[in-house]
Design a protein around this ligand. Structure first.
Ligand code: AP5
Length: 219
């Protein structure tokens, strides 16, 4: 199963990717998570990415594409993957298509998560993440059992640098201008399935699973 999740910041891509990847037995490949791990590890890649991420801009395609190519070449991704946050513009989508075609494969489904912008601002301003396992919470909608601590290993939760309201608004603009055109691109490829990403996390997961199953049975 080779799948992509597309949607604005805060649509719940990371939340759903974690659940769906486990259910589909494929690795979750999140470009945002890989960049953040490199930023906190102080690597060359992290140094290149940080200024773009802090502003809410896209990291340049040549940096991002090379990173994804390396990740998808790892053993655990040869039979499938769930991409979260990549591709992010039409040139990245074309690069991905070329990468997969060189390996004799292609995508099975692109799942679009739809949610309105005011909901996004509410979700992102209350988001907290675990630095150890990457699990994402919300202070109100999906709170940890013990305030400020991860349910898995008790690590102190943190708030992302790019979750300030001004940066969230800029990320939404970048989404509208650069990422939203992917919806038409993948519709034309016959790969697109769209669901509403509102309601509880479990409701969105149920919709996502049904949409993926429908797309696969139609293929
Ligand atoms: P990235 O980490 O990919 O950020 P994003 O796309 O902006 O998405 P988010 O992680 O903010 O949101 P999400 O949709 O995953 O929502 P989540 O599940 O966390 O990218 C960060 C940066 O890295 C980019 O700005 C860019 O600089 C760079 N980058 C990454 N990929 C790149 C690429 N391909 N090219 C170039 N640059 C790239 O949920 C959000 C909150 O809502 C959480 O608190 C969650 O608990 C809550 N929530 C989730 N579902 C629900 C629900 N159903 N109801 C209520 N609350 C919910």
């Amino acid at each position: 199963m080779r799948a992509v999740l597309v949607g604005p910041p805060g649509a719940g891509k990371g939340t759903q990717a974690q659940i769906l990847a486990e259910e589909l037995s494929v690795p979750k490949v999140s470009t945002g998570d890989i960049f953040r791990a490199n930023v906190s590890g102080g690597t060359e890649l992290g140094k290149k990415a940080k200024e773009f991420m802090d502003r809410g801009d896209l990291v340049p395609d040549e940096v991002t594409n090379a990173m994804v190519k390396d990740r998808l070449a790892q053993d655990d991704a040869t039979e499938g993957f769930l991409l979260d946050g990549f591709p992010r513009n039409v040139p990245q989508a074309q690069t991905l298509k070329g990468m997969l075609s060189d390996l004799g494969s292609g995508l099975d489904v692109v799942l679009e998560l739809r949610v309105d912008e005011e909901e996004v601002v509410k979700r992102l301003s209350g988001r907290r993440s675990c630095p150890e396992c990457g699990r994402v919470y919300h202070v109100e909608y999906d709170a940890p059992r013990s305030e400020g601590k991860c349910d898995n290993e008790g690590a102190e939760l943190y708030q992302r640098e790019d979750d300030r309201e001004e940066t969230i608004r800029h990320r939404l603009k970048v989404y509208r201008e650069q990422t939203a055109p992917l919806v038409e691109f993948y519709a034309a490829e016959g790969l697109l399935a769209t669901i509403a990403a509102t309601g509880s996390v479990a409701e969105v997961t149920a919709r996502a699973k049904a949409a993926i199953a429908e797309k696969r049975s139609a293929a």
